[in-house]
Design a protein around this ligand. Structure first.
Ligand code: 6PG
Length: 243
């Protein structure tokens, strides 16, 4: 489902409402709500909203379990760390038990970090095929999501739940969940704002399928729901029938 909002605040409120609804349902039905976080500026603004009233008073924090969809391979206190961003914007301000927060640990090698994170997922989900309750995703201007970047080998991963990638243009190692794991989720929410994303939003949503060039097109939950939260800027090049 694609929904377009007047501005980032309206978009944020809608995401927060969906998060609240799904969290209450999951905790009531299954005793916990497993969430995977995204990096990037758009998600950061939404995390800040979740950490403030009215949502901060309504979300069943003691049942929330936090994971990351991807991580830049840097120390946890590095300004580029997705973990650091989420802690500052969100996790440091809400009463989620610390032992329910599962960062991607970057203190060995990117390959080892990916392997260890797969083990963390295996040991904290009861199911053989883990289903995240809620996955936040951003969209990069090149069509990437999480750290599934165009034309990288991790896009071909079918078996593993995590992978790693080196991006020479950014001189950055990343660890990421793979598309097969992401697609098992119950709810996936893309958060995309700003004019600078208009062209890529159009290509991903209305262009021909080209998964190697546009990895975000790989995100299609098997049994879950997919939401695209867009603002006016990000949606400005979509064809009229989507508006
Ligand atoms: C990261 C990400 C990445 C991000 C997009 C969108 O670590 O950078 O997880 O996939 O979500 O690049 O980021 P913006 O919202 O900042 O454009």
């Amino acid at each position: 489902m694609i929904t377009i909002y007047e501005n980032v605040d309206a978009l944020g409120s809608a995401v927060a409402e969906l998060f609240l609804e799904k969290a209450c349902l999951a905790v009531a039905e299954r005793g916990r709500f497993t969430v995977s976080l995204a990096g990037g500026q758009t998600p950061q603004r939404i995390y800040e909203m979740l950490a403030k009233p009215p949502y901060s008073h309504q979300i069943p924090w003691e049942g929330i379990h936090i994971y990351w969809g991807d991580e830049r391979y840097v120390p946890a206190d590095d300004i580029r760390s997705n973990q650091l961003m989420a802690r500052k914007a969100f996790l440091d301000h809400v009463p989620i038990p610390q032992e329910q927060i599962y960062p991607i640990v970057c203190n060995s090698t990117p390959e080892q970090a990916a392997k260890e994170y797969e083990e963390v997922i295996a040991s904290t989900f009861a199911e053989a095929e883990p289903q995240f309750d809620f996955i936040f995703l951003g969209l990069g201007s090149d069509g990437h999501t999480a750290s599934l970047f165009p034309n990288t080998s991790v896009l071909r991963e079918k078996k593993h739940w995590t992978g790693h990638v080196y991006l020479p243009e950014l001189d950055s190692h990343r660890v990421t969940l793979t598309a097969p794991l992401i697609n098992q989720a119950r709810t996936i929410a893309f958060l995309v704002t700003g004019d600078s994303k208009a062209q890529i939003v159009r290509e991903v949503l209305e262009g021909p399928q080209d998964h190697l060039r546009l990895p975000s097109q790989m995100i299609a939950p098997e049994n879950g729901e997919l939401f695209w939260f867009l603002d006016q800027g990000a949606s400005s090049l979509l064809s009229a029938n989507k508006k």
